[in-house]
Structures are given as C-alpha cells and as structure tokens.
Design a protein around this ligand. Structure first.
Ligand SMILES: [Zn+2]
Ligand SMILES: [Zn+2]
Length: 342
C-alpha cells in the first residue's frame, strides 16, 4: 500500500509499504479522509511525543475492508471514524482511571502508524460507525472535535460565563461553537485573520475582534471597552507564547486561563504568582482526549458543530509537500484534507 513515511523529523516520502495485518481484535480501515493538523507540523519538526519512523495522520475516517476473527459488531463495508488513542490499561494512571495520563500513551499518527496511508489497522473498541449523511471529510473532524469536548470538560463552564478566546484555527472554531452551545453568555473570539472571523460570524458567533499582530493595544482597547471587569474564562487557542501571556490582561477574580495550544517545549510563562494567589486564578491545560469521540460525533451529526466551511484545500498522498507548504505558508488555509486513495 501507499503511505507517507517520515524516516526522521523533516524527512518524508510517499512510498510502498506492507499493508498492515489485523490482529483478532482489529479492523482494517481504508482511509478516505485524513485531516492535517498543527500537531503534524510539530511532528514534522520532531517535537511533541512523536516517534520515528512514522506514518502520521491522526484525524482519519474511512471504510472497513477487513476484520479480525474476534470482532463481532463491526462489518466490512461500514463507514467509520477511528479514535486514534491506544491506552495501556495497566500503568499507574490507567489503574487510577485517568487514561489520558497513560504512561504508555500511544496515538495512531503520532507515535504509531496513522492515516496518511491507504490502510490503518485499528482496535475494534476505537471504531465508530458514521451516520449515513456524514461525509468522510466531516467525519475526519471527529478527532479535533473530541479534543474540544475534552477542553470543555476541563474548563467546566458555568452557565452565563463570559468567555474570551484568542485564535480561530479549525480547533478554535470548533471549540467556539461548543462554548456558544454549552453555557457561555458572552463569547468573544479574537484572531488576526479576517476570513476566519467571517466564518465564525456565519456560524452565529458574531462578537469577533480582529487582532493586529504588531500592536495588541488596538484589540485590547476594543475588548476592554466592552468588558472592563474582565472574563470568567480566557482561552489561548493559538499556541503562541506572547498571546498566552497576553491572556492575563483580561482576567478578573476567579478567572480560568486555558492553555489550548501546542507550545514550544523550551518556553517559560511569566505570570505574577501574587495575582494567582489573591485573584484565585486557575491555569488549565487541555491535552488531546480520550473517550470523547462518541460525544464529538453526536455534536457533528446534529450540526451543533459545523465543519463543512472549514475545509479549504484537499491533496493526495503524493502531494503531501504541498499540503505542508499550505499549512505553513498559505494564509488562506483553514483545514487541509488528505485523500489517500486519490
Ligand atoms: Zn489534530
Ligand atoms: Zn496506561
């Protein structure tokens, strides 16, 4: 089969590799759509928890074409999406029912073979059958939506909370829709790219503010004029350190500041600890997800989370260099999809 293989960070090629064989508890999925995500850029750079050689791609949907002898409830021909996480079940955290902290956290497309490939073998308990009306491209958004569902679990929004979010990439736009539907009264989204804010407006999230990357004081004035007290929740969905630091300009007593991006591992955050103490600030991290696919798929099926407007580019496996270039350099991109079978 054809797959995109990274020999090491920065070095990849599309080539023929052996088709995976299923174990008794696995199904073989022919990948139809797999999203490219910022995490794939971090993998390209050798950061994050990636291990090489690697076939990346962790946001994939496709069709079951084979199954192991023990698989009962899934069938060849079913359209499915796959939760890419594999948890060991026997480490310190798994035994404490904290599977996301699994010490052997294994993730298809991050440290195991993923969806930038014609076929992937997936454990049957991580496979979700798609509603008939859902396209493979939409279904490929289940993973980022699941991460946003986990983000909401972490934030524990109170009904009527005022929320400010920086960043309007695909995960940000998904999280914004979930926030709007799950108790935020005022939701302000600030980002530097106008067409992304326009998409948010089309989705009914109308309080958007354009960020000037070179002069934060401009948007700060606008936001603080509307919310002089500050916000209950301030989310950085950019992964950009200066922006995370900037989030602390909008806190009030009791504010939750949410780190919802993949940050440079070498960077340090400078925050006044006295303010954390006196204002009882909470700094919340949100990393990936486990067990959120079911809820994510429901949100997508009910169109509470809409993703069809987010796909701006589609490539096949042979053109992964162009896909990467688009994600890195093309300011008109939002979600880039790979269709491995084309
Ligand atoms: Zn992702
Ligand atoms: Zn474990």
């Amino acid at each position: 089969m054809k797959a995109l293989v990274y020999a090491e960070p920065g070095t990849f090629s599309t080539k023929e590799v052996p088709k995976p064989e299923v174990t008794p508890n696995q199904v073989l999925v022919q990948v139809k759509s797999c999203g490219v995500c910022k995490t794939d850029i971090h993998i390209h750079n050798g950061a994050f928890i990636s291990k090489f050689p690697l076939i990346p791609g962790h946001e994939f949907a496709g069709v079951i074409v084979d199954k192991g002898s023990e698989v009962q409830k899934l069938h060849v021909g079913q359209r499915v999406v796959c939760d890419n996480t594999v948890l060991c079940g026997h480490c310190y955290y798994c035994k404490r029912n904290e599977p996301l902290y699994c010490e052997n956290f294994y993730s298809l497309g991050v440290n195991g073979p993923g969806g930038f490939s014609e076929y992937v073998a997936v454990n049957h308990d991580k496979v979700f059958v798609l509603p008939d009306a859902m396209s493979f491209d939409e279904a490929a958004f289940t993973e980022p939506t699941a991460c946003a569902v986990h983000g909401l679990d972490r934030i524990q929004l109170k009904t009527g909370d005022d929320v400010l979010m920086f960043g309007a990439g695909p995960t940000g736009i998904i999280l914004a829709q979930l926030l709007a539907q799950n108790g935020a009264s005022n939701l302000v989204v600030a980002a530097p790219t106008k067409f992304k804010l326009d998409i948010l407006n089309e989705l009914g999230i109308t309080n958007t503010v354009l960020v000037d990357r070179n002069d934060y004081s401009k948007h700060q004035k606008k936001i603080q004029a509307q919310f002089p007290k500050g916000f209950d929740v301030v989310i950085d969905a950019t992964g950009h350190m200066p922006m995370l630091e900037h989030c602390f300009q909008y806190t009030k007593k009791g504010t939750k500041v949410v780190c919802y991006g993949v940050y440079d591992e070498s960077k340090q955050l400078e925050v006044n600890p006295y303010r954390i103490f006196e204002d009882e600030l909470q700094i919340i991290g949100s990393f990936a997800q486990t067990h959120c696919f079911d809820r994510a798929l429901t949100y997508l099926d009910l169109k509470i989370v809409q993703v069809d407007k987010l796909i701006t580019h589609t490539f096949n496996l042979d053109d992964y260099d162009q896909a990467l270039d688009t994600v890195l350099n093309d300011k008109t991109h939002l979600k880039v999809m790979i269709h491995p079978g084309e």
